[in-house]
Design a protein around this ligand. Structure first.
Ligand code: ZN
Length: 130
């Protein structure tokens, strides 16, 4: 089963370190083993479908079929290994103080994003490890 929790983060500008930090909130999703297997099989099925469909593309199928076939298993293994993920959220930009959308990404202690309103490069830091 997937467990979703709301996480509060500190937002810091990577371009202007002197700006005061603001806050963001994201959804952290944690998958258990059966759910991770299901996610991996879904990814494998989707990629094998693309592999099968690429058979019908003339000339490109010489490259696409083997590449997508190998990528299917690599991506499925990567998906199986993914226990935690950032599902996205919202935050306040330290520069323009408008609300920006946090893009979903792989989980890490630092999550980077760009403000929707100004081209500010932002970094979100977990207040405590978790
Ligand atoms: Zn901004």
């Amino acid at each position: 089963m997937a467990t979703r929790t709301e996480i509060k983060l500190l937002v810091q500008s990577r371009d202007h370190r002197d700006l005061p930090t603001t806050h963001a909130s994201i959804t952290k999703v944690v998958w258990d083993s059966p759910e991770r297997t299901k996610n991996a099989l879904r990814t494998l099925g989707m990629m094998l479908t693309f592999t099968f469909l690429s058979i019908f593309i003339p000339l490109l199928h010489f490259i696409l079929v083997p590449t997508l076939f190998i990528a299917s298993f690599v991506l499925a293994m990567d998906k199986f290994g993914e226990k935690v993920r950032n599902e996205g959220g919202t935050g306040e930009c330290p520069k323009c103080h408008q609300t920006f959308k946090v893009q979903p990404s792989k989980w890490g202690t630092r999550i980077t994003n760009v403000c929707d309103h100004c081209p500010e490069d932002l970094e979100m830091i977990l207040p405590e490890s978790g």
